[in-house]
Design a protein around this ligand. Structure first.
Ligand code: SAM
Length: 301
């Protein structure tokens, strides 16, 4: 059974990012995204967007869809980013995205893969919603990193960093072997164009004594070596959706329950806000406070 790492109600922004000495990690991800993401486009989706930390990097897109499994994260993103007509907020599960096929020119997924128990299913969904030749940027945690190798050699770690199978080192936290991961991309029809290795200098002493800007610049310089070898804790892959035909998307949302595209927005006396109702299976999905919620089906009496 697919398990989910549920961030509902978590203080991810304040507890993980703010005042936690993680400006270096944020900086190196920003460098990679700027280098790898097509700078302009029609429609971009971020999956597991959290509070929308990286949204300023997508300003060249006409429409930005931010999605996350946790409604409270989407609410936080909306509050954090302020009013912005360019952004659509959606509560959705990566394993069953509420979007029609071929909808997006680009998708992003950063710091989410390490929470996923079913990588093939997740990559399959990303491939489905991307246009032919659409771009996907995906970050994953690399089990074959220098620290893990050293710890394993010193017998401080019992799992083997060179074994291809994913390792769940803490409940719902997975590290992946690059070869295994890149095979999953190929099987999902996502052709890898480039890779960057990130966070070469994620060492507390360096972070403490060297200026963050300098460390980020040094990391930026060596990130492209990820095309040849991957020994850092984090890797970003830029992949293109291989599809036989160039069919364009019809519509926008699809019902996560029956996958039909025919949804209509309506008021309902028993529900706050509005409901998106599926014509086929007659299930309702809530739309309130500017957020489409495709996680919890609403019964229609
Ligand atoms: C570590 S946070 C990363 C947030 C953001 N990408 C960032 O880098 O700041 C992981 C996010 O993935 C989301 N997530 C976990 N499982 C998910 C799933 N099955 N579908 C969609 N989002 C998921 C969580 O709710 C959480 O917001």
């Amino acid at each position: 059974m697919t398990r989910i790492c549920d961030y509902e109600g978590s203080n991810y922004r304040t507890e993980f990012w703010e005042n936690q000495n993680r400006a270096y990690e944020d900086g190196v991800e920003r460098v990679a995204v700027k280098k790898m993401l097509p700078p302009t486009g029609h429609r971009l989706l971020e999956i597991g967007a959290g509070f929308g930390r990286l949204v300023d990097l997508y300003s060249g897109y006409q429409q930005i869809v931010l999605s996350d499994y946790a409604r409270t994260q989407v609410e936080e993103a909306r509050q954090y980013l302020g009013p912005n007509d360019q952004i659509v907020y959606v509560v959705a599960d990566i394993y069953n995205l509420p979007f029609v096929d071929n909808l997006f020119d680009s998708t992003m997924m950063i710091r989410v893969m390490h929470h996923l128990t079913d990588v093939p299913d997740a990559l399959g969904e990303i491939h489905r919603i991307l246009q032919a030749d659409g771009t996907s940027l995906i970050e994953y945690a690399n089990k074959r990193n220098i620290k893990a190798i050293t710890r394993w050699l010193l017998r401080q770690q019992n799992w083997h960093p060179f074994e291809h199978e994913p390792i769940e080192f803490v409940e719902m936290n997975f590290n992946f072997h690059p070869r295994w991961m890149h095979e999953q991309f190929a099987q999902a029809g996502l052709h890898i164009n480039s890779k960057r290795s990130l966070s070469h200098y994620r060492i507390e002493l360096l972070k403490k004594y060297l200026p963050t800007d300098l460390l980020v610049r040094l990391d930026a310089w060596v990130q492209p070596t990820g095309n040849y070898w991957q020994f850092t804790p984090s890797i970003i892959v830029e992949a293109q959706a291989q599809k036989e035909n160039q069919t364009s998307a019809t519509g926008f949302f699809r019902c996560p329950q029956c996958h039909n595209h025919d949804l209509y927005l309506t008021e309902h006396p028993d529900h706050e806000g509005q409901l998106f109702v599926c014509h086929t299976c007659q299930v309702g999905w809530s739309y309130r406070d500017g957020i489409y919620d495709f996680k919890t089906p609403q019964a229609l009496s």
